[in-house]
Design a protein around this ligand. Structure first.
Ligand code: TYM
Length: 327
């Protein structure tokens, strides 16, 4: 029996190389050896305000990008969260078992709520409960995510453990799987901050659909430092981040990479990096163009994905309802 993998991505902003290197790339490579469920999490997206037309288009764009990156909807289940109602329902049930104190410890909420003050939605606070529902509905064992989602996956595991201790064995306990390299790609303009979809700066992230010229311009402007050596030195976050991007796109080892750029300047390095990333994204961009040529194709793949996900999710939900004594 293959282990079950579940992971999700929000259809907001532009999908960037942080999402790709920290998560999507691994999802693609895990398809052979795992039983996979991948989800476009639109219910998570609405925890902050969204324009309905943009959201609708982004759901399709993200699904298209996942397929263009190599997610094969024949082998993996690919679907949209709101198409399977069990996600909202299990989130409510879990709400009644997750202590407030656990949720109040979530660092992502603390960071985001500082910016939004009292306007912050209850949904944003409750975001990890919905994420726990996503994971637990599919009896997930492995959750491949970037570093920033580790705490949320651990909360899902804790929630499952707590429920099991009250009602007996009900949920499978999931584990996060974080890549060794690329789990935390930083912003190009501010390399001490995680590369993020919601960051406004035009020079912050390389997006998966950026043109070659945009990619060259963004790397040329990326923040580095006043030193010269091109080395993996964590105390120099700008150059460290750029080297990590080079390493993950090229597959070249750290030492070999440092040797390759020994004695070279930042300018030459950034130019070479831009070309590696442009070439790395080219096949994905070409496949994306082909996939989106027929606008109905993605919709029918997503409908089929939801049809495959629904019975799995409903079976778990029924098990939970029965344990609690509902209905
Ligand atoms: P989201 O949409 O913010 O990001 C999708 C994936 O990309 C990873 N990621 C990064 N990895 C490396 N460097 C970065 N700068 C970077 N930024 C993002 C994220 O860790 C994530 O793996 N809450 C989730 C979506 C979600 C989910 C789930 C994930 C909902 N339900 C259940 C796993 C299981 C999120 O907002 O990801």
């Amino acid at each position: 029996m293959k282990k079950r993998v579940f992971s999700g991505i929000q259809p907001t902003g532009d999908i960037h190389i942080g999402n790709y290197l920290g998560a999507i790339k691994y999802w693609v490579s895990m398809q052979e050896n795992y039983d996979n469920v991948f989800c476009v999490v639109d219910l998570h997206a609405i925890t902050v305000p969204q324009d309905p037309k943009v959201l609708h288009a982004k759901i399709r764009e993200v699904a298209g990008l996942l397929m263009a990156a190599g997610i094969d909807p024949q082998r993996s289940i690919l679907f949209v969260q709101s198409h399977v109602k069990a996600h909202s329902e299990l989130a409510w049930l879990l709400n009644c078992f997750i202590p407030m104190g656990w949720m109040q410890r979530m660092t992502q909420f603390k960071e985001k709520s500082v910016k939004q003050k009292e306007q912050v939605s209850v949904g944003l606070f409750d975001y990890p409960a919905l994420m726990a529902a996503d994971i637990l509905l599919y009896d997930t064992q492995v959750v491949p995510v970037g570093e920033d989602q580790k705490q949320h996956v651990e909360l899902a595991r804790d929630a499952a453990g707590r429920f099991n201790s009250i009602y007996g064995d009900t949920f499978v306990l999931p584990e996060p799987l974080i890549p060794n390299v690329g789990a935390r790609i930083m912003g190009l303009d501010e390399p001490t901050k995680k590369m993020s979809k919601s960051e406004p700066g035009t020079n912050h992230a390389i997006n998966l659909l950026d043109t070659p010229d945009t990619i060259r311009a963004k790397f040329a402007r990326a923040t580095t430092d006043s030193l010269r050596e091109i080395r993996f030195d964590e105390k120099r976050p700008g150059i460290f981040n750029l080297l990590t991007i080079y390493q993950t796109f090229s597959g070249i080892g750290k030492q070999e990479l440092e040797a390759k750029f020994e004695g070279k300047g930042y300018g030459d390095f950034k130019k070479a990096l831009a070309e590696v990333v442009i070439e790395g994204l080219r096949p994905l961009q070409e496949r994306y163009k082909e996939l989106t040529a027929d606008p109905t194709r993605i919709d029918s793949i997503l409908a089929e994905g939801a049809n495959r996900a629904r019975p799995l999710a409903e079976r778990t939900l029924a098990r939970v309802q029965q344990k609690i004594g509902l209905g």
